[in-house]
Design a protein around this ligand. Structure first.
Ligand code: ADP
Ligand code: MG
Length: 551
């Protein structure tokens, strides 16, 4: 056997190793994700290389390639082994020793000092292997390249402090075995349950079986559900998967599963839950859509992979051609993401429309849970305003307290000659229903939408009109019945103005500085008087709310 040789890491490698050991501890479990993902890559690469080098094909009875994770309590070690393509001596130096890859310096430049963020970057800049040093004081990698003889295997070993050693060894099988000698204090990782749960959490969708300890059954699903053809999957499969993904034990209201090939290749598997999570209204909800690049979990995001107004959606986006260095920041500017996001929005809005049309009761449940979030899309996403407008549901003077009136319903119930969609903003539905502003509309049997949600003002402002019908507040300016006002009424109003001119004069004088104007109105049928907003001003309710919020 050739004796051991010692090499120095390149400067950058040493820097990264130091970082792993000293400052990326808060998310230490990811070391396993990285090693498992490398093993999975190695198995994929072997499969691909066999197409061009048939001599690499193994025995018929070789069995399915797998990734084995084991641990030894007494020795204080965790071992990750695969029967993938392995590495030659030159490849070990190139891939593990040098770190001359372009990702390395970019990784170092991207570091922020925020541990959570920085650990998320590890897997994305091609420095995943070094994550082993987060938990290990010494790492020993033994590998034999597929196609090379048993005595051309290599052992690489390092304590991550600037040097590594290489020696030639014998190894009966192809593939790679990595032994982590854990640091003091990491004994809690030497536990089957713990390792299984880390794998479940980070590597469930690795398409190769991962086993832990002596148990030969896979811990992970071993086939990413979303990679399977739709025709093979039943609702039950999707629901099961959803439960496992989200921990939500109720079935989702709907899901969409689409495999798209073209300029960008990606798969979407998205769910509409049946209940809002507790943190839906926090500025940065924790759960969202999980981004995978070729089945490897990269990050979870609730506001960038999809627009904020769809932040209740859960599921997976798996991209085949996103760059490996995808970080949250890079997502913002990625054309692939823009494309995937636009297509996901379109498909989700279509899913909701189909639900609204085909299963109105289910859609009503959806609206109760997430309507207030979806509404934000009216002003946040002008490009889809029309589609979202069709999905809105309102309480109205005719809906018996239920939010079930769509704008299309409203329009089809309009009176002859009515050309506006009337609404009333109020702090609560009971206030709204009791409002004197409604009297004249009730008398004429004109439906009024009752809006009591904080965002509704932005919704009506954002919409402005629906199918050419202007949205009009009933509490702003003189009641405007448009073409419905009859001549007799107009005349009566003018006569009233002159008949009450003296009274109006006195009231105006009395309210000097408090009211813009005092007018005779036809809007009331039973109440003697009401306060309305000046046409040019913010709607009264909005003004009150803005004051309430201290603006
Ligand atoms: P990345 O996986 O992004 O390339 P890593 O630091 O995780 O970066 O791994 C570096 C390289 O080391 C891999 O690209 C691969 O060539 C090699 N490698 C790591 N683990 C294995 C393995 N189990 N089998 C074969 N090659 C491996
Ligand atoms: Mg890797």
């Amino acid at each position: 056997q050739a004796e051991e040789e010692t090499f120095r890491f390149q400067a950058e490698a040493a820097q990264i190793l130091d970082l792993m050991a000293n400052s990326l501890y808060s998310n230490k479990e990811i070391f396993l994700r990285e090693l498992v993902s490398n093993s999975s890559d190695a198995i994929d690469r072997l499969r691909i290389e066999r197409f061009s080098r048939p001599e690499l094909a193994g025995d018929e009875d070789e069995g399915e390639p797998r990734i084995r994770v084991s641990f030894d309590k007494d020795a204080g070690t965790i071992t990750v082994a695969d029967d993938g393509i392995g590495m030659s001596r030159a490849e070990v130096i190139e891939n593990i020793g040098t770190i001359a890859k372009s990702g390395t310096s970019e990784f170092l430049r991207s570091l922020t000092g925020d541990q959570r963020r920085d650990t998320a970057l590890i897997g994305q800049f091609g420095v995943g292997f070094y994550a082993a040093f987060i938990v290990a004081e010494r790492v020993v990698l033994t590998t034999r390249r597929a196609g090379l003889p048993a005595d051309e295997a290599v052992r690489w070993s390092s304590d991550g402090k600037g040097e590594y050693s290489l020696e030639n060894v014998e190894r009966a099988e192809r593939g790679t075995t990595i032994v982590l000698h854990l640091r003091d204090g990491e004994d809690e990782l030497l536990n089957e349950h713990r390792l299984r749960s880390i794998i479940k959490r980070y590597s469930d969708h690795i398409a190769r079986p991962i086993t832990v300890g002596d148990d030969d059954s896979a811990v992970n699903q071993a086939s990413a559900l979303w990679t399977r053809p739709k025709s093979e999957l039943k609702d039950g499969d999707y629901h099961e998967y959803y439960r496992q993904l989200t921990g939500d034990f109720t079935d989702p209201l709907g899901h969409l599963h689409a495999k798209v090939e073209g300029r960008y290749d990606y798969t979407l598997l998205l769910f509409v839950p049946s209940r809002a999570p507790y943190d839906l209204w926090t500025p940065e909800p924790g759960q969202g859509v999980r981004l995978h690049v070729q089945r490897v979990f990269i990050l979870e995001d609730s506001g960038r992979l999809l627009p904020r107004y769809l932040r209740f959606v859960r599921g997976i986006i798996d991209s085949a051609d996103l760059p490996l260095n995808v970080s949250r920041e890079i997502l913002q500017g990625s054309q692939a993401i823009d494309h995937i996001r636009a297509s996901a929005v379109k498909k989700l809005l279509r899913l909701l429309k189909d639900m609204a049309d085909g299963e109105p009761e289910k859609y009503a449940e959806f609206w109760t849970q997430f309507g207030a979030v979806l509404k934000e899309g009216v002003f946040d996403d002008p490009a889809h305003r029309e589609d979202i407008a069709g999905l809105l549901r309102f309480t109205s003077t005719r809906s018996g307290g239920e939010a079930r009136v769509s704008l299309a319903d409203y329009v089809s119930g309009m009176r002859d000659g009515q050309d506006k969609i009337y609404y009333l903003l109020a702090p609560g539905l009971s206030d709204a229903a009791a409002s004197p502003h409604l009297e004249a509309f009730r008398a004429k049997d004109i439906e009024v939408l009752l809006l009591d949600d904080a965002v509704d003002n932005f919704v009506v402002t954002g919409l402005a009109q629906y199918e050419g019908k202007q949205l009009q507040s009933v509490a702003q300016g003189p009641p405007d019945f448009g073409a419905m006002a009859d001549e007799a009424e107009k005349e009566a109003a003018e006569q009233a103005d002159s008949a009450y001119a003296a009274l109006l004069g006195k009231l105006k004088a009395h309210l000097e500085g408090k009211a813009w104007d005092v007018r005779v109105t036809s809007r009331l049928t039973t109440s003697p008087a009401c306060i309305v907003a000046n046409e040019a001003e913010t709607d009264f309710t909005v003004a009150r709310r803005l004051r309430g919020s201290g603006l």
